[in-house]
Design a protein around this ligand. Structure first.
Ligand code: CAA
Length: 393
């Protein structure tokens, strides 16, 4: 088993208290009315949940990835919308900038993003480039001292509220993915238009928009990394993002499981609590087992990232498995709750709707299988190194 430090346990407990006390009371209403959780995001910022892994010198918490997934798990048990807002800001935007940004870029943007003064978006997906992310139609034309960006991005988390976008765009179409660049674009700049807000099945209070860029002038110093590094930037950053979404999926599954255990002990049928009926008890046993397996994969991927070991395959496995577990077991949670599971008041129908997106965004389950199978077929069978699983973290 993993050994969690006092600090990890404190972070997990703080996230749990916040989720149960502050997020739970309004979560049904926010979901129903697609209300962006502005006040709750402010509270998350105050608690340090928006820049957890950013070094303190840039205004962040200086924590490791394991602390981040522990917080993500607890928040996702209650409010998966708040969790994705947190995840995109932490693991795609802040981590991407901190890892690949110049010192000037970091000083200019990280303190605002890590403290929640600003919120960030990661703009890769397009109307015709989802899983096939190399087919970028958004262009970034080199104009000497600046780039001109034109194009449309889809399904952008935090799209209506973010102040800064990390935008992936094609500069040299003839070079394929090696001609792609990544840029820091401020939403207040001329030419950035926020399109319609999506009316979604789940994570309804998160803010998902289409974004249009029309002749947006981006200074050259806002390109991230070397010329042509944009696709690698996106893939490397998404490897960490996938750990965050795996933790979200784990939390959704665990939240539905906790509700199911409690309900099954209270609800009586045929003269005894339904938990005493084997049909329900066995469902709970399967849920507990698979959630624990997902937890091990998620924590392992976080620990590998913290240890500086290649974690792309571990992250893909964690996301693939945890999101499938979330979908399967939120459906079971609704079944355990019977008719009550089908109404909003009991939370599990929302968790079931929220679970679905974890199989889609930051790489569908099919994309995770591409990543895993390529590693497997390349002969890179993943075997944890001795000591990794027992590592004191
Ligand atoms: N880590 C590091 N590098 C990777 C990588 C990974 N996981 N996956 C691919 N690469 C590298 C490859 O090694 C290759 O580099 P070289 O040319 O130097 O060898 C390069 O990227 C191109 O890869 P492929 O040749 O494999 O490209 P492909 O077109 O065959 O397939 C893909 C690539 C894996 C399918 C990729 O396009 C992909 O991951 N697609 C999914 C995109 C995605 O996750 N989108 C999520 C949107 S963001 C979002 O959801 C945020 C939000 O708001 C919630």
């Amino acid at each position: 088993m993993f050994h969690l430090t006092e600090e990890h346990l404190a972070v997990k407990e703080a996230a749990r208290q916040f989720a149960q006390n502050e997020l739970k009371p309004g979560v049904i209403d926010r979901d129903r009315h697609m209300h962006y959780p502005k006040e709750q995001v402010r509270q998350m910022a105050e608690l340090g949940f928006l820049g957890m892994m950013v070094p303190p010198e840039y205004g962040g918490g200086g924590m490791d990835t394991l602390a981040y997934v522990l917080a993500m798990e607890e928040i996702s048990k209650v409010d998966a919308s708040c969790a994705v807002i947190m995840s995109v800001n932490n693991s795609l935007v802040c981590w991407g900038l901190e890892t690949y940004g110049t010192e000037t870029q970091k000083q200019q943007y990280l303190p605002k993003l890590a403290t929640g003064e600003w919120i960030g978006s990661f703009c890769l997906s397009e109307p015709e480039a989802g899983s096939d992310a190399t087919s970028q139609r958004t262009t970034a034309v080199d104009m000497g001292d600046h780039y001109l960006i034109n194009g449309t991005k889809n399904w952008i988390t935090n799209g209506g509220t973010s102040n800064v976008h990390l935008v992936i765009a094609q500069t040299y179409p003839e070079k394929g993915h090696r001609g792609i660049n990544a840029f820091i674009v401020e939403t207040a700049w001329p030419g950035v238009t926020i399109g319609a807000k999506e009316d979604k099945l789940g994570i309804r209070s998160s803010d998902t928009h289409t974004i249009m860029y029309s002749d947006v002038k981006v200074p050259k110093e806002n390109r991230i990394g070397d010329d042509g590094f944009g696709f690698k930037f996106a893939m490397n950053t998404l490897n960490g993002g996938r750990i965050g979404i795996a933790a979200q999926a784990l939390g959704i599954a665990a939240g539905a499981y906790e509700l199911s255990v409690a309900y099954s002990k209270e609800r009586e049928a045929f003269g005894k609590p339904i938990s005493k009926h084997q049909a329900i008890a066995f469902k709970l046993a399967d849920m507990a087992t698979e959630i624990e397996a997902a937890r091990l994969l998620v924590y392992r991927s976080a620990i590998l990232k913290d240890q500086g070991v290649d974690y792309s395959q571990a992250a893909a496995m964690a996301k693939l498995f945890a999101s499938e577990v979330a979908m399967r077991h939120t459906v079971e949670a609704v079944q355990i709750h019977g008719g009550y599971g089908y109404v909003k008041e009991y939370h599990v129908e929302r968790l079931m709707r929220d679970a679905k997106i974890t199989q889609i965004y930051e790489g569908t389950s099919e994309v995770q299988r591409i990543v895993i199978s390529r590693n497997v077929l390349d002969g890179e069978l993943y075997v944890p190194m001795p000591g990794q699983l027992a590592a004191s973290v």
